[in-house]
Design a protein around this ligand. Structure first.
Ligand code: HSE
Length: 436
């Protein structure tokens, strides 16, 4: 059979890794796909830049459109990243009848609805396994492996850089900025690292996971997004003393009122497997009504782990080339005309438990005032601890764990607690999930 011709846009970390994996494993890949897959063309902004891959035999260009408009190319691999000019490139590739494989989470999270609609019109596939959790085949697991289930919720450590920072802060007491610089040097961090530390990257990935889990359109703008920049070593230590780890989680949960979509630091019991996912590793815990909880773990970034997902998508596309487009696995797991209009809940309507830390004067009645406020907002206390004053301070830190409550009630309670004359500064609030 004629070999399939692939053109790669972008020869950076992921593009270079993909060249290496496709070349090194060519024989096994052909046995799986049923025909040879060859990279005939690739584009890079700076052709003189040193590469992690050997580009011998690949025709190089610095204009991606050369590849997109080449009638010989069957599959375009978009490995440039970012959602600006790349969107037009992908739409043009689709208009030219090419299948597209992308690792681009922001592109899919922000423009996926439009891209998939155009791809369906043209009968081409847009595959995006590498967009979420790098090498972990989580899209395939949810979209195909769990397709008999009603997914109830999922929770994932889906930003390796953030997890690396929190792990190093906990294990080695290192500073935030110092660890971030190391993640950048290792090539894990986004071009703009605020995407990692402010939760935007995780929100892109959560948007995608929630769509395929619940059969809803991609709605990035509705994700409640909080990063890890406010997390201090003190809270990491207090959490640990209480039997919890602080992880930056993306959580999607289907409730009777609607869907919760949220990304934020979260206390989770240290006995949970996912609490022990450290460094740059990713993990996604999925709860289906039939399967129960299942956990997917692996490298969430890096050249070859991400290439592993890209190449698997290429093989899937090759296998589906002669299939009827109507009968392919739908882009978002559910048939496009069966996507549901389930509301995504506003942040105030989220229900979760909380860890609160406040600094209060050490005198009779202070705790009673705080607990009275919580009770007046229907907030039940799970645990309360008073710590020693920090060095050079007279106020004492008070740590409270609450039971599940409505975020709106917690917001109001925090305003009232901060207004107490015996409480100084802001109340630190971190959400808590038992993931049971
Ligand atoms: N910056 C991302 C991370 C890369 O740290 O997880 C993979 O998407």
């Amino acid at each position: 059979m004629k070999p399939i011709k692939v053109g790669i846009l972008g020869l950076g970390t992921v593009g270079g890794g993909t060249v290496n994996v496709l070349t090194r494993n060519a024989a096994e890949i052909a046995r799986r796909a049923g025909r040879d897959i060859v990279i005939t063309r690739a584009s890079a902004k700076d052709l003189a830049k040193p590469r992690i891959c050997n580009t011998e035999g690949i025709t190089l260009t610095n204009d991606p459109m050369d590849i997109i408009n080449d009638p010989e190319i069957d599959i375009v691999l978009e490995l440039i990243g970012g959602a600006g000019a790349v969107k037009d490139m992908v739409l043009t590739a689709i208009a030219n009848g090419k299948h597209v494989v992308t690792a681009n989470k922001s592109l899919i999270a922000l423009h996926g609805n439009e891209i998939f609609a155009k791809a369906s019109e043209k009968g081409v596939i847009v595959a995006f396994e590498a967009a979420v959790a790098g090498g972990i085949p989580i899209i395939k697991a949810i979209r195909e492996g769990l397709s008999g289930n009603q997914i109830q919720w999922l929770a994932g450590i889906i930003n390796g850089t953030g997890n690396f920072i929190l792990t190093e802060m906990r294990d080695k007491g290192r500073d935030f900025a110092d660890v971030l610089a190391e993640a950048q040097a290792l090539g894990y961090a986004e071009a703009d690292p605020t995407f990692d530390v402010e939760g935007i990257d995780a929100a892109h990935k959560l948007t995608i996971l929630a769509s395929i889990a619940f059969g809803i359109p991609l709605q990035f703008e509705k994700v409640y997004t909080e990063g890890i920049t406010q997390i201090t070593r003190t809270d990491v230590e207090y959490a640990e003393q209480l039997g919890y780890r602080i992880k930056h989680l993306g959580i999607a949960r289907k409730t009777a009122e609607g869907i919760e979509l949220r990304v934020h630091p979260t206390l989770i019991p240290e006995r949970r497997l996912i609490a022990n996912v450290n460094g740059v590793m990713n993990a996604v815990l999925v709860k289906g009504d039939a399967v129960g909880p299942s956990l997917y773990y692996g490298a969430g970034a890096g050249a070859e782990p991400t290439a592993s997902a890209v190449v698997a998508d290429v093989i899937d596309v090759v296998r589906a080339l002669t299939s009827d487009p109507e009968n392919r696995v739908p882009h978002l797991a559910f048939q496009a005309d069966a996507l549901a209009d389930i509301p995504v809940l506003a942040a105030e309507r989220i229900k979760t438990a909380y860890y609160l830390r406040l600094n209060a004067e050490d005198k009779p009645g202070v705790l009673a005032d705080v607990t009275r406020i919580l009770a007046s907002h229907n907030i039940s206390i799970e645990a309360i601890i008073q710590k020693e004053p920090l060095k050079g301070e007279t106020a004492v830190p008070i740590i409270l764990l609450t039971q599940i409550t409505l975020e709106q009630e917690m917001n109001a309670a925090i305003v009232a607690i901060e207004a107490l004359s015996t409480v100084s500064g802001k109340v630190c609030r971190i959400r808590l999930e038992t993931l049971g």
